[in-house]
Design a binder for this molecule. Structure first.
Ligand code: ADP
Ligand code: MG
Length: 273
């Protein structure tokens, strides 16, 4: 379990550029859960996940991972973080050596490393024939898969993804989410997904933490969130189009998926026509 308690964070304290990025944030992430962190640009999402991963030193509040403080180096093995645009950090000559880079530092045997590379490539839907190819010859979507595979190969217990589909074109985005998310979730890893796409949150998250200007506006299920128009408006977030459509039709019950919306609309039609 990850436990975040009363975390506040200010950048450049004591300078004219002082900026409070987080104020009194508290929540837990249960094992096996997909927790989304949503909020407008600048709301503090990236700061929060970097604190959870131990990359920004905590100054107020506590973060514990499986009972260990984030300051403890042991958590490095538990938490894997995929930054925004992770493909910018690819630098090895081949896909294989890039994915193997992290596991190599874990003191594993060559056979173990190669098994991890193969498994991670499978999980992100990259064909094994791409092993010897340079990442720079791949498409943007494929490069992102390589970068994500590099983190999966570390076999983290907790995986943090910061806007994993940002900047991809719609088909690449859809493929990445359905294929990769399906595989990752099956492996039982606990996920923190930073996103401002409410459709993605509706489909993949068990719970959502909504941040606005560094404060928690809401913690609950996506279904509860989409019923709270005022929260979404205050956070500057748009509900999924299908939820908006049902709202226009004056349906009080929020629908999260196309299937749900279809059922509700069929009920409406059979009553009224
Ligand atoms: N390295 C930094 N130095 C100073 N201010 C920062 C830094 N990183 C982020 N901030 C500020 O902290 C706030 C939260 O930023 P961030 O955590 O990146 O939000 P988000 O990921 O939700 O867009 C913003 O006002 C941002 O300008
Ligand atoms: Mg960010």
């Amino acid at each position: 379990m990850i436990s975040v308690k009363d975390v506040s964070y200010t950048y450049m304290t004591g300078t004219p550029f002082e900026k409070t990025a987080l104020k009194n944030i508290s929540f837990n992430v249960a094992d096996g859960e997909v927790l989304a962190i949503a909020g407008h640009t600048g709301s503090g999402k990236s700061t929060l996940i970097q604190i959870i991963a131990g990359l920004i030193k905590l100054t107020r509040g506590t973060v514990e991972i499986d009972g260990l403080s984030v300051a403890d180096k042991k958590i490095r093995r538990l938490v894997g973080i995929v930054f925004q645009y992770p493909e910018h950090q690819l630098f090895e000559e081949t896909v294989e050596t890039d994915i193997a880079f992290g596991p190599k530092n874990f003191g594993l045997t060559d056979a173990e490393i190669s098994a991890r590379v193969e498994e991670a490539m499978r999980q992100v839907g990259l064909d094994a024939s791409l092993k010897k190819v340079s990442p720079f010859e791949l498409s943007g979507g494929q490069r992102r898969r390589v970068a994500i595979a590099g983190i999966l190969a570390l076999k983290p217990k907790y995986l943090i993804l910061d806007e994993p589909t940002a900047g991809l074109d719609p088909p690449a985005k859809e493929k990445l989410l359905t294929e990769i998310f399906g595989a990752i979730k099956k492996s039982g890893v606990t996920i923190i997904l930073v996103s401002h796409n409410m459709e993605d949150i509706a489909r993949f998250a068990n719970r959502v933490v909504v941040l606005a200007q560094g404060k928690t506006l809401f913690i609950g299920t996506p279904r509860e969130l989409f019923a709270r128009e005022e929260i979404l408006a205050r956070a500057g977030l748009e509900p999924p189009p299908i939820t908006q459509l049902l709202r226009v039709l004056n349906v009080k019950k929020p629908a999260l998926t196309l299937d749900e919306a279809e059922k509700i609309i069929n009920q409406l039609v059979s009553k009224k026509i």
